[in-house]
Ligand binder design. Sequence first.
Ligand code: NAG
Ligand code: NAG
Length: 401
Amino acid sequence: MASKLIAFVAAALAITAGEASPTAGHNSHKRSCVQIEVPVPIDTTAIRWQQPRVDNNIDAVDWVRFHTTRTTPNNTELMMGRIPIKGTFKITGQLCVPPKGAAARSDILHVATHGAGFDSRYWDAEIKREEYSYVDAALAEGYSIFTYDRLGTGSSEKPDPYDVVQVNIQVEILRYLTELARSGKLVSASKTLGDCPDKRLKTYKPSKIVHVGHSLGSIISVGLITNYPTESDGLIATGFVMTNIPLPGLNLATWGFEYAPENDPVLFGDRKSGTLVPATKSNMQLNFLRKGTFEPALLDYAWKIRQPVAVSEFASLLSGFGTQGALFKGPLHMVVGENDYGACGGDCTGTYDLELIKATYKGAADVDVHIQPKTGHGLTLSTNATAGYQVSFDFLHKSGL
Ligand SMILES: *[C@@H]1O[C@H](CO)[C@@H](O)[C@H](O)[C@H]1NC(C)=O
Ligand SMILES: *[C@@H]1O[C@H](CO)[C@@H](O)[C@H](O)[C@H]1NC(C)=O
């Protein structure tokens, strides 16, 4: 089981690390966006996991050993009980509406959840935005878009990585953000950071919400539609595919985890026990990029914006899924790089059964898998990224989104 968890982990995770300024630079580019801090009330339970503590690099490597050892108890056996989680967490995000002239779809809101190792900057690379930024591509297509820093990353609150930062808490946060956006109060219920240049933002109320995930963010978004199928009108789950192949158990090890504050005391001095980052830029390359389809500047960027992941996000990867996927009615697009190392062991061709996926989401308006050619796990940081976004947009258009 340990190896199963690991394979899934790598499949699910997107690691990069970075400094806490996810919105820096956005103003250099004329867009109608507002940065906000949303208070998110949570009242649920998390799981207490049996796992080694991580307080230094030696612990971090031992934590990987624990989770990858053949005879380590399986994921279910590592659950030690439930912990009540009640509190309000600050989540930072950015809401953007498209330019007025091109606003044919402005009432459709994309809510994007990034993966492990990144914060919301994953969706909005500050290098050659027109070639990489998902935010720019969505706005150009006429959509509105909300991106946010997952709990524990970027400028969002960073509670306990053992008992609080877990997948099902992230699912509850996404659910709350979705409901707040649907009610038209996303901005008015939040603290505005900086200026709000466009009056449309303050009262923005979408008629439809499409969720977009990457990696762990896809797991969280799938967690949303399988627990609360009516919360979403469509899902694009990227860096994610339901495979039917056994994956090698070494994927967790390829992250090359170190203890975040020891790996970089300047970037991560404020992080707590239980936070992990990939040790080197080469670990980032192995996890996210494939030679031939990335520019070195984007690898440098991924390394610069890398973010720690919480130990219990890995432990809880499989426990956020619900059982109501068949009740989800929107279109579902799974998108994975052909050479995604974590999701498919480096070659996604022939690793999934579309009919099986359709059977799991049998109420969905439309289901498809797109393989982005010659690309690694880090889809938004790879060349030809925007052609891949267009495939998803065209898929949504078929269902009137
Ligand atoms: C985990 O171990 C328990 C107890 O040994 C067993 O009942 C269960 O089937 C195992 N689960 C998985 C997913 O292997
Ligand atoms: C770019 O992506 C599109 C959409 O997936 C694909 O059709 C095209 O072949 C890709 N181009 C290259 C050079 O890989």
